[in-house]
Design a protein around this ligand. Structure first.
Ligand SMILES: O=C(CO)[C@H](O)[C@H](O)COP(=O)(O)O
Length: 241
């Protein structure tokens, strides 16, 4: 499947989710990050600017990327100070398992994404079909992103490896020299867990979150309400909890 077909799948999933979940009753919308969410924002802008709907909708971003998208499409920009009760949040995912546990943070925005999702009554995931797995790690090979305080990344890495095996490595920037610095000024570890080991992701998430210096993990457990996958044949598959 080439990039054009994958993009088409992302677009169909995002547009379908927006049309099913964003209504005139939706006052506050959380906006996730990544390439699939761009199509969701485009569809919202189309409904606001071409169809004259949703004119009072306030969009709360989960990253600088999301903030810029909201501004670029001239939508109403909100924030959690003024809009802490979100009706619906729409976001992408790197992988989703059969229990709707997500890996997020491939784009490095997991901390704010998890905060925004946690403030939403309904958290809706949009993705192409390559994200839909039985088990985590089946298709996504880059591990679980973990946002950490810069001075603590080595002890955290050693702690995670001792607790759960695998290998956690510091995410390096591609253009800038040195590590990626997140929107919040932190570093990212990508923890490649042991494939084929049965992990209890809720327990793993709680244990990693308790390590001093960990800000957040990219494991989203019991958060997603529904996942929309754009399929290779042009249809949309909906996964429910
Ligand atoms: O978690 C994320 C960013 O931190 C993204 O939602 C995730 O990486 C999916 O991105 P894309 O829609 O580009 O596949």
């Amino acid at each position: 499947m080439d990039d054009i077909a994958l993009d088409a799948a992302k677009k169909t999933a995002a547009r379908t989710a927006v049309d099913q979940w964003v209504t005139e009753d939706t006052k506050i919308l959380g906006i996730g990050s990544g390439s699939t969410v761009v199509y969701a924002v485009q569809r919202i802008a189309e409904r606001v600017w071409k169809e004259g709907e949703l004119t009072d909708l306030i969009c709360v971003p989960s990253s600088y990327q999301a903030r810029h998208l909201i501004l670029d499409y001239n939508l109403n920009l909100g924030d959690l100070d003024r809009n802490p009760n979100i009706d619906v949040a729409i976001d992408g995912a790197d992988e989703v398992d059969r229990h709707m546990v997500l890996i997020k943070g491939g784009g490095g925005c997991l901390l704010q994404e998890k905060v925004v999702a946690s403030c939403a009554k309904h958290f809706i995931v949009v993705a192409d079909y390559t994200k839909n797995s039985i088990r985590l790690g089946e298709q996504w090979c880059r591990g679980v992103p973990i946002e950490v305080a810069p001075m603590a990344y080595v002890p955290i890495k050693l702690h995670i490896e001792a607790l759960f095996g695998g290998e956690a490595s510091l995410r390096m920037a591609k253009v800038k020299a040195g590590p990626i610095v997140t929107d919040n000024g932190n570093f990212l570890l990508d923890w490649k867990f042991i494939a084929n080991r049965e992990y209890d992701w809720d327990e793993v998430n709680r244990a990693i979150t308790l390590i001093p210096g960990v800000l957040e993990t990219g494991l989203f457990v019991n958060m997603a309400h529904k996942c929309y996958y754009g399929m290779a044949n042009g249809s949309v598959k909906v996964q429910n909890k």
